[in-house]
Every structure is written in C-alpha cells, then in structure tokens.
Design a protein around this ligand. Structure first.
Ligand code: MG
Length: 233
C-alpha cells in the first residue's frame, strides 16, 4: 500500500467510528464480544438442549458488528441463518473476579442486538463437539442498536424486547426470565477473563428463533427505549 493510501485509510477515514459503541456519551471502542448460549429455558428446549448449570460462553469477532440501518450479509457457506434477539450489555470499567453484588457497577449501557447464527454450521459443530466460532462469527453477524446509558435503566432484569421480521412479531423477550441474570453473567465471565471497557455481552435469546432471507427487514426494540433496524442481503 502506498503511503498516501495508508494515510487515507488511517487518517481521512474515521476508522474508529466504525467500531465504537453507538449512542453512549463516552466513546468506547468495541473490544471483546462475549455471547451467552441457552440463557432462557424455553429457548434451550426448542433446540433440544439441556438447561445449563453454568453459563455457556462463546466469543464473536469484532468484525461481526454492524449498526442500525445496515444489512446482515448472508454468507454463501450457510443455507440456514437464524436471528437471535438479545439484550446486549456494554462494559465500562476494567474488572477481574467481580462479585455479583458489584457487577452492575461495571455496566456502561444496554442495547438490543441480534446474535446472528448459521444454524446449519452450528448444528454440524455440535454434532462433532467442535466450537461454534464459525457459525457465530461471519461479518455483520452482530447488529447492535444505539445503547442506553446504564443510569437510565433501573433494573436490567425488568426489560422487555421484541423482534419483528417484515412487520410480523417473531420473538418476545422478558429479561426476568433469564436463567443467569446480567450481574451473574458479568461475575462469571470476569472469573475467566479480565473485562475491559468496550466489551459487549450478548446475554442469550428467548424462544422463537428462526431463519432470515435476503430482502427481509428486521426491527428489534428494547422496552421502547432503543430500536435496531437492519435488512438482509
Ligand atoms: Mg445467542
């Protein structure tokens, strides 16, 4: 790459803008994206999974992030890409071995997101006891809304959310039904990994997951406070 081109990419284009957490007063560059599997009983059952005794944890690459107004891009490697609508927690402080009682002090904000999943690839991985990384990790597989500052959410376990696909409601979520509440997830994660400002936690999806197709329009809302709208291409 020529030095002029490099200058263009690194200075002229606002590169940091494309991976910051949207909607927050504080500019936080998105860091690690954690996903939690099977955090609602009815969803664990609909995919014939056991209800876990400890949170199921996975990680999505930062290149999965896309914002409201953009498209989820279907990869050619999958014929069965699913939506999973989830409360997303943004971490604002560094922490390790955080106790549950202090865990919410580490939250910078809350948003709604879709943990897009190539279900066929995930199923193949499960059958071979292999990691889910590929099925969860394609570009644009983590669309997120603008975030609401943590101070405006009294209790993250008293939120509702829903997803419409082409105007039809497909999922309704109620965070009081989480198996592992947000504070528990933060504590649990922090005993394995140091949490850092800009980390995101996709907290798991309720029942009703289903496929998306090219041309679909998805609209997810979180307690009437923030909305994510994405297309599919
Ligand atoms: Mg999920």
């Amino acid at each position: 790459m020529s030095s002029a081109l490099r200058l263009f990419y690194h200075i002229i284009l606002p590169m940091t803008d494309i991976i910051t957490i949207p909607g927050l007063a504080r500019r936080l560059r998105i860091n690690t994206i954690f996903g939690i599997g099977r955090n609602y009983v009815a969803h664990a059952r609909e995919l014939q999974n056991e209800v876990p005794k400890t949170p199921v944890i996975f990680i999505k690459p930062v290149t999965t992030i896309t914002y409201s107004g953009n498209n989820i891009r279907l990869p050619f490697q999958s014929q069965d890409v699913h939506f999973e609508t989830e409360l997303v927690v943004a971490i604002g402080n560094t922490g390790k071995n955080i106790i549950v009682q202090e865990a919410l002090d580490y939250v910078e904000g809350y948003g709604i997101g879709i943990d897009v999943t190539a279900r066929d690839l995930q199923q193949q991985a499960k059958e071979k006891s292999l990691p889910w990384t590929v099925s969860k990790g394609f570009d644009t597989f983590a669309p997120i809304s603008n975030f609401i500052p943590a101070g405006e959410i009294e209790d993250p376990q008293q939120l509702t959310f829903e997803l419409e696909v082409n105007g039809q409601i497909k999922q309704r979520g109620d965070t009081s039904k989480m198996i592992f509440p947000v504070a528990h997830l933060i504590s649990e994660l922090s005993h394995f990994f140091t949490l850092n400002p800009g980390d995101l936690i996709f907290t798991g999806t309720p029942e009703g997951v289903g496929p998306i197709h090219s041309g679909d329009q998805l609209k997810a809302t979180l307690s009437g406070k923030t909305t994510l709208e994405v297309g599919v291409s």
